[in-house]
Design a binder for this molecule. Structure first.
Ligand SMILES: CC(C)(COP(=O)(O)OP(=O)(O)OC[C@H]1O[C@@H](n2cnc3c(N)ncnc32)[C@H](O)[C@@H]1OP(=O)(O)O)[C@@H](O)C(=O)NCCC(=O)NCCS
Length: 185
């Protein structure tokens, strides 16, 4: 008799476009989301960024995902109580089990005035096999537009940098960064 687990279709690792997993989320800043100045609290914005980017990574990988790292979030403009926050997430590149997601955040008044970019960041997620709890492979990304191709190329350097900073890569193993610095000197 067939083992039911063996006969289940394996998730496809066919390459996917960036557009297939693009994700947008809209929130309104409520009193509970603010700091004592009446502006959106940074931690709440980071939570929304984590949510929108994890949905994007889950769509691309068709898998449960966990956040493994977040790069450099700066807050460029305060976002006020009652304003609308729109978060756009798109995948830049998939590696073996990890995916880099680019998130951009825009703020505007409830009636659509004063639209401004508030911030951006790169999040990295790892796809997790529900049964083993271990990382599992994800489909590659097909970058189509010029912008998608630029982010795809530069993702290698960002990956090396975060692995270096987390102590998972030795400086002499960071070949992309070594090449990059050679070429600008
Ligand atoms: C994510 C996790 C499963 C990775 O486990 P691990 O034993 O380090 O697994 P690996 O060494 O095989 O790394 C898996 C992937 O993560 C990447 N990775 C690990 N640490 C990383 C870091 N600091 N930054 C970026 N990527 C990282 C590796 O490069 C690898 O990617 P690849 O397969 O595409 O090359 C584990 O660290 C974990 O469970 N972390 C907690 C996640 C969590 O709870 N997040 C918050 C709640 S969602």
């Amino acid at each position: 008799m067939n083992n039911p687990k063996e006969s289940q279709p394996k998730p496809s690792l066919e390459p996917k476009t960036v557009a297939e997993s693009k994700t947008t989320m809209t929130e309104i800043v409520m009193p509970n989301d603010t700091n004592p100045l009446g502006n959106l609290m940074g931690g709440n914005l980071m939570r929304w960024m984590d949510i929108v980017s994890s949905i994007c990574a889950a769509k691309h990988s068709k898998s449960l995902v966990v956040t493994v790292s977040v790069d450099n979030i700066s807050f460029n403009t305060p976002i006020h109580l009652g304003e609308v926050v729109t978060l756009h997430a798109q995948i830049t590149r998939a590696f073996n089990t990890s995916m880099e997601i680019f998130v951009e955040v825009f703020a505007q008044s409830l009636t659509g005035e004063n639209i401004r970019k508030s911030n951006q960041a790169y999040f990295t997620f790892v796809a997790i096999d529900k049964e083993t709890g271990r990382p599992k492979p994800v489909p590659p990304v097909i970058p189509l537009t010029e912008e998608e191709q630029k982010r795809y190329e530069s993702a290698l350097r960002r990956r090396e940098l975060r692995l270096l900073l987390s102590g998972k890569l030795k400086p002499n193993q960071a070949t992309e960064m070594i090449e990059f610095f050679k070429n600008i000197s």
